[in-house]
Every structure is written in C-alpha cells, then in structure tokens.
Design a protein around this ligand. Structure first.
Ligand code: SF4
Length: 460
C-alpha cells in the first residue's frame, strides 16, 4: 500500500487537535489506499471518516473524525502530488524547454504533462498521456476546471505539431469531458503559417461547440528563444500578423457573446502590444479566466492601479481636508496641498520590454498625483534567451545586472515578483536577491502582482 509522509500540520487544524505530527505517515483513509492527491481530497471530503496514521515509533492510530463536509484536515505531504509526476509524451515543434540553454537548474528541463497539476496549479495539459482510468476519475470525482493545450482541432496537424501520432485521437477526450460537464479552458499556441489563419478559424469554430462547458480559450504567440539550432524552423509574428489575429479573435468574440454571453476566445496581451492596438476593456475578459497565460494581465494591472491611486489620493485629501479630485490634481503637478505629505524620493522600476510602456504610463499617472516621487522605468532586454522574449517572467539576474549596473537607480529599485522563483528570493539563473542588492548597491523592493501592490510600493 502506498504511504505518504506528512511534512506539515496546520495550526488549529483537525490534524493538530488529533496530535498528528510532521514525520507521521498517512496509511489510508476510510480503508482506501490513497494513490494521489485526487484520492486524498475525494476520500477526505466526508463528514465522518477514519484515517489510519503510523507514528514515527511504528504505532498505528486509527482516528475517527467528524467534521464539516469538504473541511480540510490541515495536513501537507512531502510530495504535494502524493505520486510521481507524469512527464509528457510529445516533442512539440514550439516547446520552450527545448529552446533553453544547457546548464540551468535541472527542474527547469522537466516536461510535465500531468492532468493532476492542471487541477492543482492550473498547468495546461495536452491529454496525450491521460489514461482512461484517469479520465474516469476526473468524471467520477467531478474535478475541474481542466486546462487543455489544444493548439489545433485538426487531428493531422495536431500530430505534426506535437510530434505524437496519438495527439489527434486525444482530442476525443475533450468530447468525453464536455459530455460529463467538466469545466475546461483551452489554449492555442499560435505558430506562424502552421496553425494560424484558416486553421485558427477552424479551431475556434470547433471549440465553440463546447461552450459553455469550455469557458475560455486563449491564443498566445509562440515564444522563440535564440537557442533554436536544429529545431523546427519557426517564424516570428509581425505587426500585420498580430492585427490579422486580433481581427479573427474579435470577430468570434462578438458571435460567442451574442450566443452565450461569453467572449470565450481571448488574445494574450502580447498581440495588442505587437499590433499597437488598445487593450480591450475589462468586461471583454469575462472575469479574467486566463491571467496565467498573459490574457488581460495588463488591463487588470491598469484598473487596479487607477483604483488604488484614486484611493491613495483620497486619503491624502482627507488628511489635508481639501477635496481635490485626482483629475484636478493630475492637471496640476505642482499642487502644493499634496506636496510635503509624501516623501521626496527617486525610484527605478525595471521590467520586461513587453510591460514597460504600460508601466511608464502608470508611473506618469502616479507622478501627476505625487510629484515628489521621481520615477524612471527601465525596460530590460532579454539577452539571455534572446530579444524576442519580452515577458518579465523570463528575465535573468545577469541581464538585470548588466543593464542596471552603473546607472543612477535612485533610492530604491522596484522589480516584479515574477522575476523570482516562487516563494524564494532567487532569480531564474540562481542569482539571489541579496547578491543583486550588493552588486547594484540599492535597496530592492519586490512588487507583488496587483496594481494595489504597485501603488503601495511606490508610496512606501
Ligand atoms: S507538451 Fe509539448 S510544449 Fe509541453 S512540455 Fe511537452 S513537448 Fe514541451
């Protein structure tokens, strides 16, 4: 029987009350072997259950538990998935992992394609290694949403793009998920002259048949690094291409909204920036269903920022008992009622080339309200992966240092949190935050992802 070592017990949880401790082993729940985290959640979502625990001295405790339905026991396991991670069976022509230089952290080269990670952390899966019994469990446990890397609904083309002769047949699993009512989101990595133009239209039309169970589909441009020797020759999109892609997407958005009240098909922010077109209004994003794919991130940032800035300005108004609207303040950067209430400071914001123009606009908006803050935005070019990679999440410590060292960075340097490894103070190339602070000789503030965080960080 598979056993799972407990690494953490939450304070004030059911597990703590029952004296479960880190190092104990979960043997079974309700007499069932727990194969993975799906089983664990399924069998613990009961009001009455028994849990078999083995203590470090070998003694076995059978715990009888009465709790709320779906109430968590408050346990974390050494292996979060409670099973081996499934690697992918494809060799996609656009895979970014194949385009990474050698010598990086081992974990960055792992190609996962595990449906359980889709439910746990939102990963996109191709369904090519989803076994029938996994599919049955998804349906039986009513899990969702599952995020699917579709790329194309043309079976032959999908086999070519994924370099997997079963990739076309795997599309049939979408039908099963649809019939079972499992919520889904789709993703299309668009490759020029391969799955764009008429193929894109076909894919969108085919996927529209799954509305509203499939809630959204994103279209993202393929990421091309400078390490593509020996790989499939892929081309970059131009401004005209981006305009054509947006035209197609907007056309189908209109149809979907009229029929289902959902815009359904979404272009990632990169398309709007490449086409030099304005970002859609908030309501076009249907509640930001695909932020992790860069869909609506910049619109959300802008909305949150404007709101937080207004609140900050109102707070200053209250203090000074002067009712001045943000718009009025904006027109008058020299306004003395505000000056003196905010510390004089020079700040540098460094980010990827993609988001830099938006950051530039936002910080100018901020300065119109708080002119004491002198702010410069520096776009960092990605020399490590190549200049075509413009997102901040793929910037390395070495590129930041090379482009910031020797410049006047002012009192503080603000960096977006996606530059760092999750929950750690380490950049993609293993440089630490303190190494960077020492090298640049400036205090660094990490800005969490929201617009409020950015305003608070600038105000600090
Ligand atoms: S599914 Fe394709 S893109 Fe994803 S890791 Fe595997 S080969 Fe790479």
């Amino acid at each position: 029987m598979k056993e799972h070592i407990i690494c953490r017990v939450y304070p004030d949880s059911i597990a703590e009350e029952l004296e479960v401790e880190p190092g104990d082993v979960l043997v079974s729940v309700g007499g069932h072997e727990i194969k993975d985290i799906f089983d664990y959640h399924y069998y613990t979502n009961e009001e009455y259950l028994t849990v078999l625990i083995r203590k470090e001295d070998g003694e076995e405790w059978e715990l009888e538990i009465e709790k709320e339905y779906e109430e968590d026991l408050g346990i974390e396991f050494e292996n979060g998935l409670m099973d081996e991670y499934k690697s992918c069976h494809n060799k996609c022509i656009f895979c970014f992992i194949d385009q990474m230089p050698k010598g990086m952290r081992e974990t960055l080269y792992f190609k996962d394609d595990d449906s359980r990670l889709s439910f746990l952390q939102g990963n996109y899966v191709t369904l090519t290694n989803l076994k029938d019994n996994d599919l049955e469990r998804i349906v039986e446990y009513k899990l969702g949403p599952i995020n699917i890397s579709v790329q194309t609904t043309n079976p032959e083309l999908r086999c070519q793009m994924l370099n997997n002769r079963f990739a076309g047949d795997a599309l049939e699993k979408i039908d099963i998920l649809y019939q079972a009512g499992i919520p889904m989101n789709g993703q299309i990595v668009l490759c020029k002259d391969i799955n764009d133009k008429e193929e894109l239209k076909r894919t969108i039309e085919d996927l529209m048949a799954y509305l509203p169970v499939m809630e959204s589909v994103s279209v993202v441009p393929v990421g091309l690094s400078r390490y593509r020797d020996g790989l499939y020759p892929l081309k970059s999109f131009t401004m005209e291409d981006a305009k054509a892609v947006l035209e197609t997407i907007h056309h189908y958005q209109k149809i979907c909204f009229e029929t289902h009240g959902l815009h359904f098909i979404h272009a990632s922010d990169e398309w709007y920036l490449l086409a030099k077109e304005e970002l859609p209004k908030e309501e076009r994003y249907d509640g930001y269903l695909q932020l992790e794919n860069g869909v609506g991130m910049l619109r959300l940032l802008r909305e949150e920022f404007t709101q937080a800035l207004k609140a900050a300005a109102d707070a200053v108004d209250m203090q000074s008992a002067n009712f001045l609207e943000v718009t009025e303040l904006s027109k008058d950067p020299e306004n003395t009622k505000i000056q003196g209430r905010c510390k004089m400071e020079r700040i540098t914001v460094a980010t990827g080339v993609l988001a830099a123009p938006v950051l530039q606009e936002l910080t100018e908006e901020f300065r119109r309200v708080f002119p004491q803050k002198e702010i410069q935005v520096i776009p960092i070019i990605n020399h490590f992966f190549g200049e075509q990679i413009t997102v901040s999440g793929l910037l390395t410590g070495q590129d930041l240092i090379a482009q910031l060292k020797g410049r006047d960075l002012g009192n503080r340097l603000l960096l977006p949190c996606n530059l760092l490894r999750s929950k750690e103070e380490v950049f993609l190339d293993d440089m630490t935050l303190s190494q960077m602070e020492n090298t640049l000789q400036v205090e660094i503030d990490i800005v969490k992802s929201s617009g409020q965080d950015l305003v608070s960080c600038l105000m600090r």
